[in-house]
Design a protein around this ligand. Structure first.
Ligand SMILES: NC(=O)c1ccc[n+]([C@@H]2O[C@H](COP(=O)([O-])OP(=O)(O)OC[C@H]3O[C@@H](n4cnc5c(N)ncnc54)[C@H](O)[C@@H]3O)[C@@H](O)[C@H]2O)c1
Length: 360
């Protein structure tokens, strides 16, 4: 296997039918816009947005894509019907319950969505013969966390301390079992891979209980940002980074097949594995005004302190490399949020960032 695909290829995506779960979410909004801008025909499948504002409405995603199903991935029959109607060439599965602290309070919902939801998506692709490439999105938290300084490699054991992380480890195992049982390397036209990315940041995330949305909300309200764990280290990356990885991986699966049907890490460069407080300080220096932070006083549920990905495989075999470092990523967030505050055309602002990313 040699490095052949190294960029998101608009020629590949033009006219491709893409079934995207989670299109009403943060990553899903950006990916829907990116795919639509390249001429892909996107069918989205997700629950209604659950924040106000939300990227789905701000970017008017409904008007950009072929069909938007507001529906539940726990409903196998509904998902199968939607996928059979769409007859996609490519499936990108991102719908999930993605929050660690919410998962502590709601483990059953988290496992049902993240584990059985993944089973349902893969099962739905089995029932049709159009799909050539499937990317299942999990997370860096899927690995058994040893709190060590080295990055996790794709062949290390799955784990997960909390229900969210563990449900994503399970989603990885489900993907692997489906690949071996039903999409076995040479005789299936559908090639299936999974993608594990780090902490994703960018404009337009309004989820509760995440660092950047919490920071923007606090800064806009002229209040201090309260941080739970300022020294926790995470692999921070702009949202366009993992999305470019998913797109490049989907292209490689489609065009070059089985040698790419495995798990892939898409994390930032080593220098961007940074402590929460460093990210906040960068954001504060971009935001200016009275932005500031304070440490939360009370005891918090367990979360990993040290988490890093080894992305040698994506770099050497797929030709994917991170392009925007943390300084640039935080600048792009501040630009985006200030443009939103100023009521600019956010489709144009976001497309400009996508184009800047593609040409960088
Ligand atoms: N944001 C991050 O930092 C990050 C990091 C690593 C991995 N991920 C993964 O990336 C994916 C997208 O995350 P995000 O940040 O956009 O989250 P998000 O919360 O903004 O979006 C989640 C999406 O999943 C959909 N969804 C949730 N439950 C569903 C259900 N039962 N049926 C149908 N749709 C459902 C929501 O409607 C939404 O469209 C998730 O799989 C998440 O685990 C995110």
């Amino acid at each position: 296997m040699v490095m052949k695909v190294a960029y998101v290829d608009p020629v590949f995506w033009k006219g491709k039918k893409v079934f995207l779960t989670g299109h009403t979410g943060f990553k899903g909004g950006w990916l829907s816009l990116w795919l639509a801008s390249m001429g892909a025909k996107v069918t989205g499948y997700a629950l209604a947005p659950n924040t106000m504002p939300n990227l789905f409405n701000v970017l008017a995603i409904d008007s950009l894509i072929e069909k938007s199903h507001i529906a539940d991935i726990r409903d196998l029959a509904g998902l199968q019907k939607a996928m059979a109607e769409a007859k996609p060439d490519v499936v990108i599965h991102m719908a999930a319950q993605p929050l660690v602290r919410y998962s502590y309070a709601n483990p059953v919902e988290t496992y049902a969505t993240n584990v059985m939801g993944t089973v349902h998506v893969l099962e739905s692709t089995r029932a049709i013969d159009s799909v050539r490439s499937t990317v299942v999105v999990t997370t860096d938290k899927c690995y058994e966390n040893k709190e060590w300084v080295w990055g996790y490699r794709e062949n290390e054991p799955m784990g997960g301390y909390d229900p969210y992380s563990n449900s994503k480890g399970c989603a990885e195992l489900v993907t692997s079992a489906y690949r071996q049982s039903y999409f076995s390397i040479n005789d299936s036209i559908n090639k299936v891979a999974s993608a594990r990315a780090g902490n994703v940041i960018g404009g337009g995330d309004w989820s509760g209980d995440r660092l950047i949305p919490d920071a923007i909300k606090a800064f806009e309200a002229n209040k201090p940002l309260i941080i739970r764990n300022p020294l926790a280290t995470r692999p921070w990356q702009h949202v366009l980074e993992p999305l470019s990885g998913y797109l490049i991986l989907a292209q490689a699966l489609y065009e070059q097949g089985s040698s790419f049907a495995s798990g892939w890490n898409f994390g930032p460069g080593d220098e961007d594995n940074r402590a929460v407080q460093e990210v906040v300080d960068l954001l504060i220096s971009g935001w200016g005004e009275t932005a500031r932070w304070e440490k939360e006083g009370s005891e918090q549920p367990h979360e990993a302190n040290l988490l890093k990905l080894d992305c040698s495989k994506a770099r050497t075999q797929l030709g994917w490399i991170p392009k925007w470092n943390l300084e640039l990523a935080t600048k792009k967030i501040v630009q985006w949020q200030k443009a939103h505050q100023a009521k600019e055309n956010m489709q144009e602002v976001s497309l400009l960032q996508i184009n800047q990313y593609m040409s960088s």
